[in-house]
Write a protein that binds this ligand. Structure first.
Ligand code: KIV
Ligand code: NA
Length: 265
């Protein structure tokens, strides 16, 4: 397998070859996921929930993100690595965002991800012009779930959908080279995927995206408690963790995951 690159990811979007992405927080899983054919490893700030036992991603520090990004970068071989900019590491100014993004970039991330639209466009432009690729994140943005009033589907009515679409186009124009869409109606995500020239990676956004992402611990069924509707347990019927991840990759590529009636809105 050839190492993933920005160009290869853009080509996959253009040709309709689906992109398989999972969250990853350490070297052992980075190696396992890479071997199983996962294209993109997201060092998500979901590590606050999954590894640290916090009830939100808000307390996650930049130091923690740097540490886990370094761990993942050491374990990967061919996969593309994205590091999440955590809460309070990019909101105040483009300069603050640059220092934080540079720390993740130096730790081995190929791209950084930040949540939100509108006010983030100048930050995206600032980072991209200076050489750090950026993935945007719209829809349900966990860092601002307090403002959103809970874990609810975003972009439901026509006005909200049009607003989200404008923000996505603006972020792409600002230089974002990937977009994560979380918990948005499948038709809206499919429309955006057709409109944009950059890969759109869905989580609870339907099968019409350029690719899919899930939290690793959710799809391996080791997260305690209730799981969101869009999660599928890939350990069910699998003979090993490797097999479960390989099934995830195969189902994303074949577009048999996510299913309209089970995992989408
Ligand atoms: O932190 C994370 O795991 C994420 C994904 C859910 C997209 O941002
Ligand atoms: Na995140």
């Amino acid at each position: 397998r050839k190492p993933l690159s920005l160009q290869r990811l853009l080509d996959m979007h253009a040709s309709g070859d689906k992109i398989a992405m999972l969250t990853c927080y350490d070297a052992a899983f980075a190696s396992l996921l890479d071997e199983a054919g996962v294209d993109v490893l997201l060092v998500g700030d979901s590590l606050g929930n999954v590894l640290q036992g916090e009830s939100s991603t808000v307390p996650v520090s930049l130091d923690a993100m740097v540490y886990h990004t370094r761990c993942v970068a050491r374990g990967r071989k061919n996969a593309w690595v994205i590091g999440d900019l955590p809460f309070d590491s990019y909101q105040a100014s483009p300069q603050e965002a640059w220092k934080s993004a540079a720390a993740l970039f130096k730790a081995g991330a190929h791209m950084v991800k930040l949540e939100g639209g509108g006010w983030t466009a100048p930050i995206v432009r600032f980072l991209v012009e200076r050489g750090i690729p950026v993935c945007a994140h719209l829809g349900l943005t966990p860092q601002t779930v307090t403002m959103l009033g809970g874990f609810k589907v975003q972009g439901r009515d026509d006005a909200a959908a049009a607003h989200l679409k404008r923000q996505a186009i603006e972020l792409a124009e600002a230089g974002a080279q990937m977009l994560v869409l979380e918990m948005v109606p499948a038709p809206l995500a499919a429309d955006l995927t057709r409109t944009l020239k950059i890969p759109v990676i869905g989580i609870g956004a339907g099968v019409g995206c350029s690719g899919q992402v899930l939290v690793l611990h959710d799809m391996l069924d080791v997260t305690p408690g209730r799981r969101p509707r869009f999660v599928k347990n890939f350990m069910a019927g699998a003979s090993s963790v490797q097999d479960a991840v390989a099934r995830y990759v195969a189902e994303v590529k074949a577009q048999t995951f996510p299913q309209d009636d089970l995992h989408s809105y």
